[in-house]
Design a binder for this molecule. Structure first.
Ligand code: NAP
Length: 253
């Protein structure tokens, strides 16, 4: 990843679900632009490997195991960040689950609960833990999805939880102003492990590419660039907004 700016020099950024995929690229981007990054995911082994990779690029990194629906691990994520770096400037809430491709009316209650818990509630609870430490000029970015605007088959209830994040962005932008800006990125399809069902099959992948105006899937770096912009002072007059990064796939007017 070639990065010219240093917009996060002296800043501290927490990125959840950041040991691979979009979250890892966000951490890498913020780190290459000067931030100390706090990365996390469920598995310690994944955390250790990702920390090594980021440190190998000269990035100041702290890695912690944090399943976002584990209250103690969320608290530790905030507390250990404060212990080590003394502050939090940026939080990127990136974790999500899509445990089922069933239609909404066929989705089991336990799955509905899990979708709400990981995709929406854990974000709120993490910010409740962090709120005390978020000072003037701090910034939050949520990772939603193009499916928030048009929940497609196989992504329908997941899409609805991502729609909820658009509302959460607006609501928290008002609640946390003027000290903290709250924005959101809605990615299009990016070939990661998460999207493997949609992007590994050649014909499905082609179909997705053709739905974009730019005739390609997104990259994790495309998403990281958008997050870095919103989290940085370049976006200091932007709050409560969602940036769609989907190669021109229709979202809204
Ligand atoms: P990914 O490549 O599969 O990476 C997922 C990361 O999250 C891994 O580091 C994983 O590590 C961690 N993780 C999974 N569940 C977690 C949990 N409960 N708590 C903490 N960490 C967890 O996924 P991705 O495609 O980058 O997706 C990242 C975000 O982008 C999600 O919010 C997703 O909804 C959104 N998104 C993705 C696409 C796409 O096409 N890829 C499109 C739109 C939106 P462990 O296994 O160690 O936990």
């Amino acid at each position: 990843m070639e990065v010219k700016g240093k917009r996060f020099e002296g800043k501290v950024a927490i990125v959840t679900a950041s040991t691979q995929g979009i979250g890892f690229s966000i951490a890498e981007r913020l780190g290459l632009e000067g931030a100390a990054v706090v990365i996390s995911s469920r598995r310690q082994k994944n955390v250790d490997e990702a920390v090594e990779k980021l440190k190998g690029k000269g990035i100041e990194t702290l890695g912690l195991a944090c399943h976002v629906s584990n209250a103690q691990q969320r608290k530790d994520l905030i507390e250990k960040t404060i212990q080590k770096y003394g502050k939090i400037d940026v939080i990127v809430s990136n974790a999500a689950a899509n445990p089922s491709v069933d239609g909404i009316l066929e989705t089991e209650e336990s799955v509905l609960d899990k979708l709400w818990e990981i995709n929406v509630k854990a974000t709120i609870l993490l910010l409740q833990d962090a709120a005390l430490h978020l000072k003037k000029g701090s910034s939050i970015v949520f990772i939603s999805s193009i499916a928030a605007f048009q929940p497609s088959q196989g992504l329908s209830m997941y899409g609805v939880t991502k729609t909820a994040l658009l509302g959460l962005t607006k609501a928290l932008a008002a609640e946390m102003a003027p000290n903290t800006r709250v924005n959101c990125v809605a990615p299009g399809f990016v070939p990661t492990r998460f999207a493997v069902f949609f992007t590994s099959d050649e014909s499905r992948r082609k179909d997705l590419e053709e739905r974009t105006l730019l005739r390609r899937l997104g990259t994790t770096q495309d998403m990281a660039a958008a997050v870095a912009y919103l989290a940085s002072d370049d976006a200091s007059y932007i709050t409560g907004e969602t940036l769609v990064v989907a190669g021109g796939v229709p979202s809204r007017l």
